[in-house]
Write a protein that binds this ligand. Sequence first.
Ligand code: ARG
Length: 457
Amino acid sequence: MMSIKSLTVGMALLTACAIPSVEAAAPVVYVRAGRLFDGTGETAKNNQGIVVEGERIKAVGPAAEITIPEGAKVIDLSSTTVLPGLIDCHTHLGSRADNFDEVNKFKRTPFTSGFAAVVNARKTLDAGFTTVRDLGSRPFMAVDLREAINEGFIPGPRIVASGPAISMTGGHGDLNKYSPSVHMMMYPEERDFQIADGVDQVRHVVRAQIKYGVDVIKINASGGVMSRGDPPGSPQFSVDELIVAVKEAHALGRKVAAHAHGALGIKNAVSAGVDSIEHGSLIDDEGIRAMIDHGTWLVSDIYNDDYLLGRAKEIHLPQESIDKEREVGQVQRENFAKCVKAGVKIAFGTDAGVYPHGDNAKQFALMVRYGLTPAQAIRSATSRAAELLDRSNQVGSVVPGRYADLIAVTGDPLQDVTVLENVAFVMKGGRIHRSDLTATSHSESAGPEPKRRTDSR
Ligand code: ARG
Protein backbone atom coordinates (compact mmCIF):
# COMPACT_ATOMS: atom_id res chain seq x y z
CA MET A 1 0.00 0.00 0.00
CA MET A 2 1.22 3.45 -0.83
CA SER A 3 1.71 5.67 2.23
CA ILE A 4 0.14 9.08 2.43
CA LYS A 5 3.61 10.55 2.34
CA SER A 6 4.70 8.88 -0.84
CA LEU A 7 1.36 9.72 -2.38
CA THR A 8 1.91 13.38 -1.53
CA VAL A 9 5.45 13.29 -2.91
CA GLY A 10 4.15 11.57 -6.02
CA MET A 11 1.47 14.18 -6.51
CA ALA A 12 4.00 16.96 -5.99
CA LEU A 13 6.19 15.41 -8.64
CA LEU A 14 3.26 15.11 -10.99
CA THR A 15 2.39 18.73 -10.45
CA ALA A 16 5.98 19.73 -11.09
CA CYS A 17 5.95 17.81 -14.34
CA ALA A 18 2.70 19.40 -15.34
CA ILE A 19 4.11 22.91 -15.12
CA PRO A 20 4.36 23.92 -18.74
CA SER A 21 7.95 24.25 -19.80
CA VAL A 22 8.88 26.68 -22.52
CA GLU A 23 7.42 25.06 -25.65
CA ALA A 24 10.16 23.57 -27.79
CA ALA A 25 10.07 25.37 -31.11
CA ALA A 26 8.76 23.23 -33.96
CA PRO A 27 11.67 21.88 -35.98
CA VAL A 28 12.32 23.81 -39.15
CA VAL A 29 13.37 22.00 -42.29
CA TYR A 30 14.41 23.36 -45.66
CA VAL A 31 13.89 21.06 -48.63
CA ARG A 32 15.67 21.86 -51.86
CA ALA A 33 13.79 20.36 -54.81
CA GLY A 34 15.54 19.96 -58.16
CA ARG A 35 12.08 19.97 -59.67
CA LEU A 36 8.74 20.44 -57.94
CA PHE A 37 5.32 19.33 -59.18
CA ASP A 38 3.08 20.85 -56.56
CA GLY A 39 0.01 18.70 -57.28
CA THR A 40 -1.78 21.38 -59.28
CA GLY A 41 -1.27 22.77 -62.78
CA GLU A 42 0.46 21.25 -65.77
CA THR A 43 4.17 21.64 -65.21
CA ALA A 44 6.93 21.28 -62.68
CA LYS A 45 9.17 24.13 -61.60
CA ASN A 46 12.94 23.82 -61.36
CA ASN A 47 15.05 24.63 -58.30
CA GLN A 48 12.43 25.21 -55.65
CA GLY A 49 12.82 25.66 -51.93
CA ILE A 50 10.25 24.40 -49.41
CA VAL A 51 10.29 25.52 -45.79
CA VAL A 52 8.62 23.12 -43.36
CA GLU A 53 7.80 24.16 -39.82
CA GLY A 54 6.66 21.34 -37.59
CA GLU A 55 4.20 19.27 -39.56
CA ARG A 56 3.17 21.96 -42.03
CA ILE A 57 4.54 23.67 -45.10
CA LYS A 58 5.49 27.23 -44.31
CA ALA A 59 6.79 28.60 -47.62
CA VAL A 60 7.41 27.44 -51.18
CA GLY A 61 9.15 29.23 -54.05
CA PRO A 62 12.21 29.53 -56.27
CA ALA A 63 15.27 28.47 -54.28
CA ALA A 64 16.87 31.81 -55.11
CA GLU A 65 14.08 33.62 -53.30
CA ILE A 66 13.39 31.33 -50.35
CA THR A 67 16.09 31.88 -47.79
CA ILE A 68 17.06 29.01 -45.57
CA PRO A 69 15.74 29.87 -42.09
CA GLU A 70 18.36 30.04 -39.40
CA GLY A 71 18.94 26.72 -37.74
CA ALA A 72 16.93 24.85 -40.36
CA LYS A 73 18.00 21.37 -41.32
CA VAL A 74 18.59 21.13 -45.03
CA ILE A 75 17.35 18.19 -47.07
CA ASP A 76 18.95 18.13 -50.46
CA LEU A 77 16.54 16.69 -53.01
CA SER A 78 18.09 18.68 -55.85
CA SER A 79 18.63 15.61 -58.01
CA THR A 80 14.98 14.57 -57.78
CA THR A 81 11.42 15.59 -58.58
CA VAL A 82 9.45 16.42 -55.44
CA LEU A 83 5.67 15.96 -55.32
CA PRO A 84 2.95 16.01 -52.69
CA GLY A 85 2.43 12.69 -50.94
CA LEU A 86 0.14 10.54 -53.09
CA ILE A 87 -3.47 9.72 -52.24
CA ASP A 88 -5.27 6.46 -52.98
CA CYS A 89 -9.05 6.89 -52.65
CA HIS A 90 -9.85 3.17 -52.55
CA THR A 91 -7.91 0.74 -50.41
CA HIS A 92 -8.62 -2.20 -48.12
CA LEU A 93 -5.66 -2.12 -45.75
CA GLY A 94 -6.98 -5.12 -43.82
CA SER A 95 -6.98 -7.33 -46.91
CA ARG A 96 -4.21 -9.50 -48.28
CA ALA A 97 -3.98 -10.29 -51.94
CA ASP A 98 -2.04 -13.52 -51.67
CA ASN A 99 -4.81 -16.07 -51.24
CA PHE A 100 -8.46 -15.74 -52.20
CA ASP A 101 -9.38 -19.33 -51.41
CA GLU A 102 -12.94 -19.25 -50.08
CA VAL A 103 -12.02 -21.31 -47.07
CA ASN A 104 -10.24 -18.25 -45.66
CA LYS A 105 -13.62 -16.66 -45.09
CA PHE A 106 -14.17 -19.25 -42.39
CA LYS A 107 -10.67 -19.35 -41.01
CA ARG A 108 -9.79 -15.71 -40.58
CA THR A 109 -10.71 -13.84 -37.46
CA PRO A 110 -10.86 -10.06 -37.17
CA PHE A 111 -7.32 -10.21 -35.75
CA THR A 112 -6.00 -11.50 -39.06
CA SER A 113 -7.11 -8.38 -40.84
CA GLY A 114 -5.68 -6.25 -38.04
CA PHE A 115 -2.26 -7.86 -38.53
CA ALA A 116 -2.50 -7.41 -42.28
CA ALA A 117 -3.45 -3.77 -41.82
CA VAL A 118 -0.37 -3.00 -39.71
CA VAL A 119 1.90 -4.44 -42.39
CA ASN A 120 -0.04 -2.93 -45.29
CA ALA A 121 -0.26 0.54 -43.78
CA ARG A 122 3.52 0.69 -43.67
CA LYS A 123 3.92 -0.70 -47.20
CA THR A 124 1.51 1.94 -48.44
CA LEU A 125 3.41 4.75 -46.78
CA ASP A 126 6.74 3.30 -47.95
CA ALA A 127 5.40 3.54 -51.50
CA GLY A 128 4.72 7.27 -51.13
CA PHE A 129 0.99 7.16 -50.41
CA THR A 130 0.62 9.46 -47.43
CA THR A 131 -3.21 9.48 -47.44
CA VAL A 132 -5.70 6.75 -48.25
CA ARG A 133 -9.44 6.37 -48.14
CA ASP A 134 -10.00 2.87 -46.80
CA LEU A 135 -13.29 1.60 -48.20
CA GLY A 136 -14.40 -1.52 -46.44
CA SER A 137 -13.09 -3.52 -43.52
CA ARG A 138 -14.41 -5.32 -40.49
CA PRO A 139 -16.13 -3.07 -37.97
CA PHE A 140 -14.31 -0.78 -37.18
CA MET A 141 -10.80 -1.77 -38.11
CA ALA A 142 -10.10 1.24 -40.35
CA VAL A 143 -11.26 3.64 -37.64
CA ASP A 144 -8.95 2.01 -35.07
CA LEU A 145 -6.10 1.95 -37.56
CA ARG A 146 -6.60 5.65 -38.30
CA GLU A 147 -6.34 6.39 -34.59
CA ALA A 148 -3.28 4.19 -34.00
CA ILE A 149 -1.49 5.89 -36.89
CA ASN A 150 -2.53 9.37 -35.76
CA GLU A 151 -1.20 8.60 -32.29
CA GLY A 152 2.14 7.64 -33.85
CA PHE A 153 1.85 4.10 -32.52
CA ILE A 154 2.33 2.50 -35.92
CA PRO A 155 3.54 4.00 -39.20
CA GLY A 156 1.04 4.46 -41.98
CA PRO A 157 -0.79 6.93 -44.16
CA ARG A 158 -3.46 9.34 -43.01
CA ILE A 159 -6.69 7.39 -43.22
CA VAL A 160 -10.16 8.44 -44.26
CA ALA A 161 -12.01 5.47 -42.83
CA SER A 162 -15.21 3.73 -43.81
CA GLY A 163 -16.85 0.87 -41.97
CA PRO A 164 -17.80 -2.35 -43.69
CA ALA A 165 -19.35 -1.76 -47.12
CA ILE A 166 -23.12 -1.69 -46.67
CA SER A 167 -24.81 -4.44 -48.65
CA MET A 168 -28.34 -5.68 -49.22
CA THR A 169 -29.13 -9.28 -48.29
CA GLY A 170 -27.50 -11.46 -50.93
CA GLY A 171 -25.50 -8.50 -52.19
CA HIS A 172 -21.80 -7.92 -52.81
CA GLY A 173 -20.99 -7.65 -49.10
CA ASP A 174 -23.02 -10.62 -47.94
CA LEU A 175 -21.88 -14.23 -47.62
CA ASN A 176 -23.84 -15.98 -50.36
CA LYS A 177 -24.58 -19.42 -51.77
CA TYR A 178 -23.83 -21.44 -48.65
CA SER A 179 -26.40 -23.31 -46.58
CA PRO A 180 -28.50 -21.07 -44.32
CA SER A 181 -26.67 -22.37 -41.25
CA VAL A 182 -23.38 -21.16 -42.71
CA HIS A 183 -24.94 -17.80 -43.43
CA MET A 184 -25.63 -17.40 -39.73
CA MET A 185 -21.94 -17.83 -39.01
CA MET A 186 -21.08 -14.36 -40.16
CA TYR A 187 -19.96 -12.38 -37.15
CA PRO A 188 -23.10 -10.96 -35.59
CA GLU A 189 -21.55 -7.53 -35.25
CA GLU A 190 -20.67 -7.58 -38.93
CA ARG A 191 -24.23 -8.31 -39.91
CA ASP A 192 -25.43 -5.47 -37.72
CA PHE A 193 -23.22 -2.92 -39.41
CA GLN A 194 -23.22 -4.26 -42.91
CA ILE A 195 -26.42 -5.91 -44.13
CA ALA A 196 -29.50 -3.73 -44.53
CA ASP A 197 -32.80 -4.01 -46.37
CA GLY A 198 -35.32 -1.23 -46.72
CA VAL A 199 -34.90 2.44 -45.97
CA ASP A 200 -35.22 2.06 -42.19
CA GLN A 201 -32.43 -0.49 -41.92
CA VAL A 202 -30.21 1.44 -44.29
CA ARG A 203 -30.74 4.60 -42.24
CA HIS A 204 -29.93 2.69 -39.07
CA VAL A 205 -26.73 1.16 -40.42
CA VAL A 206 -25.47 4.50 -41.72
CA ARG A 207 -26.16 6.14 -38.35
CA ALA A 208 -24.59 3.25 -36.45
CA GLN A 209 -21.42 3.38 -38.55
CA ILE A 210 -21.12 7.10 -37.99
CA LYS A 211 -21.68 6.59 -34.27
CA TYR A 212 -18.58 4.39 -34.25
CA GLY A 213 -16.40 6.92 -36.01
CA VAL A 214 -16.36 6.39 -39.78
CA ASP A 215 -15.41 9.32 -42.00
CA VAL A 216 -17.15 8.05 -45.11
CA ILE A 217 -19.95 5.65 -46.03
CA LYS A 218 -19.35 2.85 -48.52
CA ILE A 219 -22.40 1.22 -50.07
CA ASN A 220 -22.63 -1.52 -52.67
CA ALA A 221 -24.94 -0.51 -55.52
CA SER A 222 -24.20 -3.46 -57.79
CA GLY A 223 -22.84 -6.97 -57.70
CA GLY A 224 -19.12 -7.60 -57.67
CA VAL A 225 -16.22 -9.75 -58.76
CA MET A 226 -14.73 -11.06 -55.51
CA SER A 227 -18.02 -12.37 -54.12
CA ARG A 228 -20.42 -15.21 -54.85
CA GLY A 229 -23.75 -15.21 -56.61
CA ASP A 230 -23.97 -11.51 -57.44
CA PRO A 231 -23.37 -10.64 -61.10
CA PRO A 232 -21.37 -7.39 -61.40
CA GLY A 233 -23.93 -6.07 -63.85
CA SER A 234 -26.91 -6.42 -61.51
CA PRO A 235 -28.08 -3.38 -59.54
CA GLN A 236 -28.29 -3.65 -55.74
CA PHE A 237 -30.47 -1.60 -53.41
CA SER A 238 -33.43 0.40 -54.64
CA VAL A 239 -33.00 4.06 -55.48
CA ASP A 240 -34.99 4.88 -52.33
CA GLU A 241 -32.56 2.91 -50.17
CA LEU A 242 -29.60 4.64 -51.80
CA ILE A 243 -31.23 8.05 -51.35
CA VAL A 244 -31.71 7.50 -47.63
CA ALA A 245 -28.08 6.44 -47.24
CA VAL A 246 -26.92 9.62 -48.99
CA LYS A 247 -29.31 11.85 -47.04
CA GLU A 248 -28.25 10.49 -43.68
CA ALA A 249 -24.55 10.53 -44.50
CA HIS A 250 -24.61 14.04 -45.90
CA ALA A 251 -26.67 15.34 -43.01
CA LEU A 252 -23.93 14.06 -40.72
CA GLY A 253 -21.13 15.50 -42.87
CA ARG A 254 -19.99 12.24 -44.47
CA LYS A 255 -19.54 11.52 -48.15
CA VAL A 256 -20.79 8.37 -49.82
CA ALA A 257 -18.74 6.07 -52.05
CA ALA A 258 -20.79 3.60 -54.08
CA HIS A 259 -19.34 0.36 -55.36
CA ALA A 260 -20.96 -0.05 -58.79
CA HIS A 261 -19.86 -2.04 -61.82
CA GLY A 262 -23.23 -2.35 -63.58
CA ALA A 263 -24.75 0.39 -65.74
CA LEU A 264 -28.04 0.52 -63.84
CA GLY A 265 -26.41 0.36 -60.41
CA ILE A 266 -24.20 3.28 -61.43
CA LYS A 267 -27.17 5.37 -62.60
CA ASN A 268 -29.18 4.55 -59.48
CA ALA A 269 -26.31 5.61 -57.23
CA VAL A 270 -25.57 8.77 -59.19
CA SER A 271 -29.19 9.86 -59.18
CA ALA A 272 -29.35 9.16 -55.44
CA GLY A 273 -26.53 11.68 -55.02
CA VAL A 274 -23.50 9.59 -54.05
CA ASP A 275 -20.18 11.41 -54.21
CA SER A 276 -18.14 8.81 -56.04
CA ILE A 277 -18.66 5.74 -58.15
CA GLU A 278 -16.11 3.02 -57.41
CA HIS A 279 -15.17 0.77 -60.38
CA GLY A 280 -17.71 2.12 -62.92
CA SER A 281 -16.85 -0.83 -65.15
CA LEU A 282 -19.97 -1.25 -67.29
CA ILE A 283 -21.06 2.39 -67.41
CA ASP A 284 -23.14 3.43 -70.44
CA ASP A 285 -23.48 6.81 -72.19
CA GLU A 286 -26.46 7.75 -70.06
CA GLY A 287 -24.45 7.00 -66.93
CA ILE A 288 -21.54 9.11 -68.15
CA ARG A 289 -23.91 12.01 -68.81
CA ALA A 290 -25.45 11.59 -65.35
CA MET A 291 -22.04 11.64 -63.67
CA ILE A 292 -21.15 14.85 -65.44
CA ASP A 293 -24.50 16.45 -64.61
CA HIS A 294 -24.22 15.51 -60.94
CA GLY A 295 -20.49 16.19 -60.64
CA THR A 296 -19.94 12.62 -59.41
CA TRP A 297 -16.35 11.40 -59.16
CA LEU A 298 -15.14 8.22 -60.84
CA VAL A 299 -12.67 6.10 -58.88
CA SER A 300 -11.80 3.28 -61.24
CA ASP A 301 -9.39 0.52 -60.24
CA ILE A 302 -8.05 -0.24 -63.70
CA TYR A 303 -4.81 -1.93 -62.65
CA ASN A 304 -6.51 -4.82 -60.81
CA ASP A 305 -7.29 -6.90 -63.88
CA ASP A 306 -3.57 -7.46 -64.63
CA TYR A 307 -2.97 -8.91 -61.20
CA LEU A 308 -6.17 -10.95 -60.85
CA LEU A 309 -6.01 -12.66 -64.22
CA GLY A 310 -2.20 -12.78 -64.36
CA ARG A 311 -1.94 -14.56 -61.00
CA ALA A 312 -5.35 -16.29 -60.82
CA LYS A 313 -3.87 -19.72 -60.14
CA GLU A 314 -1.29 -18.84 -57.53
CA ILE A 315 -3.70 -16.65 -55.58
CA HIS A 316 -6.42 -19.33 -55.67
CA LEU A 317 -8.96 -17.05 -57.29
CA PRO A 318 -12.30 -18.92 -57.37
CA GLN A 319 -13.57 -19.76 -60.86
CA GLU A 320 -16.62 -17.56 -60.38
CA SER A 321 -14.39 -14.53 -59.77
CA ILE A 322 -12.16 -15.38 -62.74
CA ASP A 323 -15.25 -15.48 -64.97
CA LYS A 324 -16.57 -12.20 -63.60
CA GLU A 325 -13.18 -10.52 -63.94
CA ARG A 326 -13.06 -11.55 -67.60
CA GLU A 327 -16.47 -9.94 -67.99
CA VAL A 328 -15.51 -6.53 -66.52
CA GLY A 329 -11.71 -6.09 -66.61
CA GLN A 330 -11.02 -4.91 -70.17
CA VAL A 331 -14.34 -3.14 -70.72
CA GLN A 332 -13.74 -1.20 -67.50
CA ARG A 333 -10.55 0.23 -69.02
CA GLU A 334 -12.29 1.17 -72.25
CA ASN A 335 -15.11 2.81 -70.32
CA PHE A 336 -12.58 4.65 -68.19
CA ALA A 337 -11.19 6.13 -71.43
CA LYS A 338 -14.72 7.15 -72.46
CA CYS A 339 -15.31 8.83 -69.11
CA VAL A 340 -11.99 10.69 -69.38
CA LYS A 341 -12.89 11.89 -72.86
CA ALA A 342 -16.34 13.02 -71.74
CA GLY A 343 -14.84 15.00 -68.84
CA VAL A 344 -15.97 12.93 -65.84
CA LYS A 345 -14.05 13.95 -62.68
CA ILE A 346 -11.39 11.30 -61.98
CA ALA A 347 -9.83 10.52 -58.60
CA PHE A 348 -7.11 7.90 -58.17
CA GLY A 349 -8.20 4.73 -56.39
CA THR A 350 -6.91 1.22 -56.85
CA ASP A 351 -8.77 -1.24 -54.58
CA ALA A 352 -5.42 -2.19 -53.01
CA GLY A 353 -5.87 -5.44 -51.14
CA VAL A 354 -7.21 -7.08 -54.28
CA TYR A 355 -3.61 -6.71 -55.56
CA PRO A 356 -0.67 -6.33 -53.10
CA HIS A 357 -0.44 -3.10 -51.10
CA GLY A 358 2.55 -0.97 -52.04
CA ASP A 359 2.05 -1.53 -55.77
CA ASN A 360 -0.54 1.26 -55.87
CA ALA A 361 1.47 3.41 -58.28
CA LYS A 362 1.32 0.73 -60.97
CA GLN A 363 -2.08 2.11 -61.89
CA PHE A 364 -0.62 5.40 -63.18
CA ALA A 365 0.69 3.78 -66.36
CA LEU A 366 -2.76 2.39 -67.15
CA MET A 367 -4.45 5.71 -66.49
CA VAL A 368 -2.10 7.32 -69.00
CA ARG A 369 -2.58 4.49 -71.50
CA TYR A 370 -6.34 4.98 -71.23
CA GLY A 371 -6.46 8.69 -71.80
CA LEU A 372 -5.08 10.88 -69.00
CA THR A 373 -2.00 13.01 -69.47
CA PRO A 374 0.70 12.28 -66.89
CA ALA A 375 -0.11 15.60 -65.16
CA GLN A 376 -3.81 14.66 -64.98
CA ALA A 377 -2.98 11.21 -63.64
CA ILE A 378 -0.78 12.70 -60.93
CA ARG A 379 -3.36 15.36 -60.05
CA SER A 380 -5.96 12.57 -59.73
CA ALA A 381 -3.78 11.22 -56.90
CA THR A 382 -2.97 14.60 -55.35
CA SER A 383 -5.07 17.77 -55.59
CA ARG A 384 -8.07 16.10 -57.25
CA ALA A 385 -8.14 13.24 -54.74
CA ALA A 386 -7.96 15.79 -51.93
CA GLU A 387 -11.01 17.49 -53.41
CA LEU A 388 -13.01 14.26 -53.35
CA LEU A 389 -11.89 13.71 -49.76
CA ASP A 390 -12.82 17.27 -48.81
CA ARG A 391 -9.28 17.84 -47.55
CA SER A 392 -7.89 20.25 -50.11
CA ASN A 393 -6.69 22.54 -47.34
CA GLN A 394 -4.78 19.69 -45.67
CA VAL A 395 -3.24 17.40 -48.28
CA GLY A 396 -2.73 16.94 -52.02
CA SER A 397 -0.64 20.00 -52.86
CA VAL A 398 2.65 21.60 -51.89
CA VAL A 399 1.27 24.89 -50.71
CA PRO A 400 1.85 26.83 -47.46
CA GLY A 401 -0.48 25.64 -44.71
CA ARG A 402 -0.80 22.05 -45.95
CA TYR A 403 0.73 19.09 -44.14
CA ALA A 404 4.34 18.60 -45.17
CA ASP A 405 3.61 15.32 -46.93
CA LEU A 406 6.30 15.15 -49.60
CA ILE A 407 7.76 12.46 -51.82
CA ALA A 408 10.68 12.45 -54.21
CA VAL A 409 11.44 10.38 -57.27
CA THR A 410 14.43 10.31 -59.55
CA GLY A 411 13.39 11.14 -63.10
CA ASP A 412 10.49 13.16 -64.40
CA PRO A 413 7.02 11.72 -63.73
CA LEU A 414 5.53 14.20 -66.20
CA GLN A 415 7.46 12.39 -68.94
CA ASP A 416 7.20 8.89 -67.51
CA VAL A 417 4.64 8.18 -64.77
CA THR A 418 6.20 4.81 -64.01
CA VAL A 419 8.96 6.55 -62.05
CA LEU A 420 6.29 6.90 -59.35
CA GLU A 421 6.58 3.14 -58.83
CA ASN A 422 9.95 3.77 -57.18
CA VAL A 423 9.58 6.51 -54.63
CA ALA A 424 12.97 7.35 -53.12
CA PHE A 425 11.95 9.60 -50.25
CA VAL A 426 8.81 9.93 -48.13
CA MET A 427 8.05 12.66 -45.61
CA LYS A 428 4.75 12.69 -43.73
CA GLY A 429 3.78 15.63 -41.58
CA GLY A 430 7.31 17.03 -41.63
CA ARG A 431 8.93 13.76 -40.52
CA ILE A 432 11.05 11.64 -42.81
CA HIS A 433 9.50 8.21 -43.04
CA ARG A 434 12.09 6.75 -45.37
CA SER A 435 14.83 7.79 -47.74
CA ASP A 436 16.97 5.95 -50.28
CA LEU A 437 18.88 9.11 -50.98
CA THR A 438 22.33 9.21 -49.50
CA ALA A 439 24.57 11.97 -48.26
CA THR A 440 22.04 14.44 -46.97
CA SER A 441 22.10 16.16 -43.65
CA HIS A 442 18.53 15.14 -43.05
CA SER A 443 18.58 11.73 -41.47
CA GLU A 444 18.20 12.90 -37.91
CA SER A 445 17.11 16.37 -38.70
CA ALA A 446 13.43 16.28 -39.34
CA GLY A 447 12.50 14.27 -36.30
CA PRO A 448 12.41 10.86 -37.96
CA GLU A 449 9.82 8.43 -36.72
CA PRO A 450 11.19 5.56 -34.62
CA LYS A 451 13.82 3.50 -36.39
CA ARG A 452 12.41 1.16 -38.97
CA ARG A 453 13.37 -0.94 -41.90
CA THR A 454 13.20 0.87 -45.15
CA ASP A 455 13.39 -2.09 -47.46
CA SER A 456 9.94 -3.51 -46.94
CA ARG A 457 8.36 -2.69 -50.29
N1 ARG B 1 -13.65 -5.29 -55.22
C1 ARG B 1 -13.99 -5.41 -56.60
C2 ARG B 1 -15.09 -6.42 -56.75
O1 ARG B 1 -15.04 -7.42 -56.09
C3 ARG B 1 -12.80 -5.82 -57.40
C4 ARG B 1 -12.91 -5.67 -58.86
C5 ARG B 1 -11.62 -5.96 -59.52
N2 ARG B 1 -11.66 -5.98 -60.93
C6 ARG B 1 -11.65 -4.92 -61.71
N3 ARG B 1 -11.63 -5.11 -62.98
N4 ARG B 1 -11.71 -3.74 -61.25
O2 ARG B 1 -15.97 -6.22 -57.51
